[in-house]
Design a protein around this ligand. Structure first.
Ligand code: HEM
Length: 76
């Protein structure tokens, strides 16, 4: 049995705090599936190197969830 495909609205958007969205709004909208998909590789790189969020890196399981969603085609 395989897990259901990850969706932005259900699985990814809740990972981003209002503070994250506000902080990054000049570059992209972290609550928009289209924006996050378009900047997905840059976002993943920052999550993996721990430089974003600026106030503390995500635990590996959150980064893995984001990577899985992105690599599966970034479904809305
Ligand atoms: C999960 C949440 C966040 C993600 C995925 C994220 C992602 C990114 C990415 C991809 C860039 C590079 C933008 C570019 O290439 O133009 C960036 C830059 C930046 N972010 Fe974030 N960010 C997050 C949260 C935050 C927070 C909470 C703050 C701080 C209050 C912040 C402050 C900045 C600043 C000041 C820059 C520009 C300077 C730099 O490149 O380091 N971000 N962020």
């Amino acid at each position: 049995m395989s897990a259901p495909a990850l969706s932005f609205e259900r699985d990814i958007k809740p990972l981003f705090r209002e503070k994250d969205r506000t902080s990054m709004s000049r570059a992209f909208d972290l609550w928009s599936a289209a924006d996050v998909a378009a900047h997905g590789q840059a976002i993943l790189a920052r999550l993996q190197d721990g430089s974003m969020p600026c106030d503390g890196a995500w635990p590996a399981d959150k980064v893995d969830t984001f990577a899985t969603w992105l690599n599966a085609g970034a479904q809305p």
